[in-house]
Write a protein that binds this ligand. Structure first.
Ligand code: GLA
Length: 394
């Protein structure tokens, strides 16, 4: 973008939606957390060496520099409690403190998993009636992030009790004295977004489990669209971890998945094998222009502003006055999508940049039309300009 255009972007005043929630008391996750989690790749087979290998990869393949920070152990690390009730890790994690030290030595942070019931979803020991004790243990190990998952607590509490149930661990983490990002997960019910912020959560899962399947990814993207007023610095809707690079998703589907998560200001928690990924997948996960949209300091979650059949246009306002725009094709064939600047709240003239191809497209008047591949996305950074010479469209 040229200098005149950039200064115009900075000139446009940001107007934050009214009534947005304040950041959480722990002061963490001012932008959506970025990292990796063991679940989508290893499920219950994860062990110490796997976590170290993923940390090594994140620290050496450009992900750390692109903003990825947390290396999260999901379920299945837990052992029994000792005679004093302290949670122990199991034989696959011989020394959790040493593992945390290792991850920290790579300039990264480490996450762990538990839940408010007696058992985790994998049937391991969870934190029921041990909340403060577990928070103290996590702090002593050097844990920086906790995912707290309903699982066996499902039938233990009445609807109105859930905020208090999760707040118990939120308070325990605060009391532990260590800054620990608090991520909660509550299946697919209870309108979690309406009460999760009061439990101290920095992020909350809005639904059940993601899979590397385009239909599921589409489902979660649209489930999250419309929840934008609950998101903001310190507290984020979580449409679940990334499946980029997993299963049979092709590059267009991976780009669409990643682009939508960036437009939604979703946490970017990779779930693939960081130590063995193709350069194409690595390029998607480390696309700094897309990540800058997700991590934009204004923290405004984007939404779908226009939809017709399988095609839609998504817009996320950014702090400098420009907009992240996604032309999204959920269809089974390539589709032409016409993006009207008015739908995005833009003036008549705007300068466009293709984020996945790192390419300036030029200045356009009122609309922009492009053919988007099957299950693909054209992710644009759009900057309003006062007047210009429109580039002719084919
Ligand atoms: C639930 C969660 C998953 C994962 C598993 C672990 O299904 O939704 O993300 O944490 O539990 O058992």
């Amino acid at each position: 973008m040229n200098r005149a255009t950039i200064s115009m972007c900075l000139f446009v005043l940001l107007s934050l939606p009214c009534g947005r929630l304040a950041a959480q008391a722990n002061g963490l996750a001012k932008t959506p957390p970025m990292g990796w989690s063991s679940w989508n790749l290893f499920a219950c087979n994860v062990k110490d060496a796997d976590v170290r290998a993923q940390a090594d990869a994140m620290a050496s393949n450009g992900m750390r520099e692109a903003g990825y920070q947390y290396v999260n152990i999901d379920d299945c690390w837990e052992g029994k409690r000792d005679a004093q009730g302290n949670i122990q890790s199991n034989e696959r994690f011989p020394d959790m403190k040493a593992l945390a030290d290792y991850v920290h030595s790579k300039g990264l942070k480490i996450g762990i998993y538990s839940g408010p019931g007696p058992k985790t979803c994998g049937g391991f020991e969870a934190s029921y009636q041990h909340e403060e004790q577990d928070a103290r243990t996590y702090a002593a190990w050097g844990i920086d992030y906790l995912k707290y998952d309903m699982c066996s607590a499902r039938n233990m509490f009445r609807d109105e009790e859930w905020p208090g149930v999760y707040k118990k661990m939120g308070d325990a983490l605060m009391k532990s004295g260590r800054p620990i990002v608090y991520s909660i997960s509550h299946g697919d019910n209870q309108r979690i977004w309406s009460w999760a912020p009061s439990s101290g959560a920095n992020l909350w899962r809005i639904g059940t489990d993601i899979r590397p399947d385009h239909e599921i990814i589409e489902h979660f993207a649209f489930l999250d669209a419309g929840l934008e007023r609950y998101a903001g610095p310190g507290h984020w809707n979580d449409p679940d971890m990334l499946e980029v690079g997993n299963g049979k998703l092709n590059a267009d589907e991976d780009r669409q998945h990643f682009g939508l998560w960036c437009l939604l200001a979703a946490p970017l928690i990779a779930g693939n094998d960081l130590a063995h990924m193709s350069p194409e997948i690595q390029a998607i996960l480390t696309n700094r222009e897309a990540i800058a949209m997700d991590q934009d300091p204004a923290g405004i979650q984007g939404k779908s502003v226009w939809q017709e059949g399988p095609v839609s246009v998504w817009v996320k306002p950014l702090a400098d006055g420009s907009k992240a725009v996604g032309l999204v094709n959920m269809g089974e064939s390539p589709n032409a999508i016409e993006f009207s600047f008015r739908d995005a709240g833009l003036p008549e003239w705007a300068e466009l940049r293709d984020v996945f191809n790192h390419k300036d497209l030029g200045v356009f008047e009122k609309t922009f039309k492009a053919t988007v591949p099957t299950r693909g996305i054209l992710l644009l950074r759009v900057c309003p300009v006062t007047t210009g010479t429109a580039k002719p469209q084919d």
